[in-house]
Design a protein around this ligand. Structure first.
Ligand code: ATP
Ligand code: MG
Length: 237
């Protein structure tokens, strides 16, 4: 389970990244942060991902408060307990799909046959094992995103954070990746997405709406309209 308690973050020049954001996500669940550009979605994701330190408030992962740990311990939590997926995949161009996934295990100091088996199983899990020897440049966007997902889950993280994971994918591929993320969540992981993709609404257990750094729980119908009708105004409580 992850929990944010009244988490706030201000950037220089007064830009508000997050304003007293509280949320809880149970293992097995996938949730999405929707909201206008600049509203604070990535900021919230990065605070959960321990890439950004909140000014105040608490970040709790599986009962452990993690936001106030020293940097070396933060790095440990990031590597061991978290997995990241980005819009632009972030794969290393010269490495094959399986080598890209292997890197995540090496960073944890895990090697040998057990690590190798974990890599193969992660690639199988996202249905990309038939491209194991291909480099990113030899794969479609959707295939690359599946490799990136395999890399994010190979070490069995408790939380997967995905920032605009379908931003560069067509509808069919985006649907596949979202379905994948949901099934990863169902296996007992927490999955949190930041997204503009209306498709994501069908795949998430809870949809949050972020505006000026504050978190809202909108009516699904209204959110759907907001997403499909050019992101105008949306009534929140
Ligand atoms: N490193 C930074 N320094 C200063 N201000 C920042 C920084 N990162 C984000 N901001 C500001 O904080 C606010 C929230 O940004 P954030 O990136 O979280 O938005 P977002 O909802 O992810 O937007 P998008 O949909 O465009 O990705 C914005 O006003 C942004 O300009
Ligand atoms: Mg963002």
């Amino acid at each position: 389970m992850i929990e944010l308690r009244e988490v706030s973050k201000k950037y220089g020049r007064g830009a508000v990244g997050a304003d007293a954001v509280s949320m809880t996500v149970e293992p097995g669940n996938i949730v999405a942060l929707f909201g206008p550009s600049g509203s604070g979605k990535t900021t919230i994701l990065h605070m959960i991902g321990l890439l950004l330190k909140p000014d105040s408030g608490e970040v709790i992962i599986e009962g452990d408060r993690v936001d106030n740990l020293p940097e070396s311990a933060l790095a440990d939590v990031r590597r061991n307990r978290l997995g990241f997926v980005f819009q632009s995949f972030g794969l290393i161009p010269l490495l094959s799909a399986e080598e890209n996934v292997e890197v995540a295990m090496r960073l944890l100091g895990r090697g040998g046959p057990t690590a190798k088996a974990a890599v193969t199983s992660a690639l199988e899990r996202v249905g990309i094992d038939h491209r194991a020897r291909h480099r990113p440049g030899e794969m479609s966007g959707g295939e690359q995103q599946r490799v990136a997902l395999a890399r994010a889950l190979v070490h069995g993280p408790q939380v997967i954070l995905a920032d605009e994971p379908t931003g560069e994918l067509d509808t069919a591929t985006a649907t596949y990746v979202l379905d994948m993320l949901r099934s990863v969540a169902r296996s007992g992981t927490v999955v949190v997405l930041a997204t503009h993709d209306p498709l994501a609404l069908e795949f998430v257990d809870e949809a949050f709406f972020v505006r000026d750094g504050t978190l809202h729980r909108p009516d699904r119908g209204e959110l759907q309209l907001w997403l499909t009708e050019g992101e105008g105004d949306l009534a929140t409580e």
